[in-house]
Design a binder for this molecule. Structure first.
Ligand code: SF4
Ligand code: SF4
Length: 301
């Protein structure tokens, strides 16, 4: 169990945004959704890709010299990235830190060793561990082994998920968690598919089933004007939450475009187009809409 390996983007320490107290966030690689506004495009795939930071590159050629495919210094030049197998040799060779792996393998034991170093912070602050991504439920065996091991350490555990997973398979793991953050990105089935690439049917079905089990759930909505930030959608979301959760709570996460540089570094197109962050007034109004439906609004930001 302790040797099971997971594909991890990063472990982020001292976070206060994803659950109570001071927390370590374990970001899993790979996601079944492709949200148009994703701020972590490096997490969309479970395989390792290389981020190329052109502003740091001095053209020394050390990367090309070690590359089994002799890919040139500019990884984002036409045709170069398509050949890359993500072996990571160039990352080790680059002295300027102009290349970065998106994914590394961690065993359960290695994650536990990191968590051990933060036990004092967790205990003093009432914090713990939050599993995020990407989409952490995409690696069910590794997640199950890690959650069981952290449970045995007696730490508080939360998950941040799209809700797009086979519930039957995940149920024993979810039963060991203290808090579930689940996203509802849109209530309209067609728009959900248009903006994320998948239908919302499974997500809503899972939320309803977990609500019936009395799980401690907070519904998160990435509030994006031009996508889902209209009053009608937020009202419909709040109604669904009130109908299915015994203790209905929602958190609005206003859209930001901090991930734009990562798209450039991965050689991906960045489609900001019609997306807009809601103003403070618009957010306040949306919170009123939620509360008028009998749903509590919370904020971990
Ligand atoms: S090794 Fe680094 S600095 Fe040198 S050419 Fe390659 S990416 Fe640029
Ligand atoms: S990850 Fe490997 S294949 Fe890709 S550019 Fe670097 S050395 Fe070449």
């Amino acid at each position: 169990m302790m040797n099971i390996k997971g594909r991890i983007l990063q472990l982020q320490h001292y976070s206060v945004n994803d659950g109570d107290g001071i927390r370590t966030i374990v970001f899993f690689a790979g996601c079944p959704l492709h949200c148009r506004w994703c701020a972590n495009p490096e997490g969309l795939q479970a395989r390792n890709r290389i981020m190329y930071i052109a502003s740091r590159c001095i053209g020394c050629g050390r990367c090309t010299a070690v590359c089994p495919l002799q890919i040139g210094c500019d990884l984002n030049a036409p045709g170069e990235r398509d050949k890359c197998i993500g072996c990571g040799a160039c990352v080790k060779a680059c002295l300027e830190h102009a290349r970065k792996n998106t994914v590394t393998d961690w065993t359960v034991q290695q994650v536990l060793d990191w968590l051990e170093k933060n036990l004092l912070f967790f205990r003093e602050s009432g914090g713990g561990v939050t599993y995020s991504g990407g989409e952490c439920t995409q690696q069910p065996e590794f997640l199950a082994a890690l959650v069981r091991a952290v449970y045995d350490m007696g730490l508080n555990q939360a998950i941040e998920t799209s809700g797009y997973f086979p519930l039957e398979k995940l149920q024993p793991t979810l039963d060991l968690l203290d808090l579930l953050f689940i996203d509802i990105k849109h209530m309209d089935r067609d728009k959900h598919r248009q903006f994320t690439g998948v239908d919302n049917g499974l997500i809503l079905q899972n939320i309803a089933a977990l609500g019936e089990q009395g799980k401690n759930i907070i519904i998160r909505v990435p509030a994006i004007m031009g996508v889902n930030g209209d009053e009608e959608n937020i009202r419909n979301t709040a109604r669904f939450v009130r109908q299915h959760l015994p203790n209905p709570k929602m958190e609005l996460l206003p859209y930001h475009s901090y991930g734009a540089d990562k798209y450039t570094q991965l050689g991906l197109p960045y489609e900001e187009d019609a997306l807009r962050r809601p103003t403070e007034e618009e957010l306040a109004r949306l919170r009123q809409v939620i509360e008028a439906e009998g749903v509590e609004t919370v904020s971990f930001r």
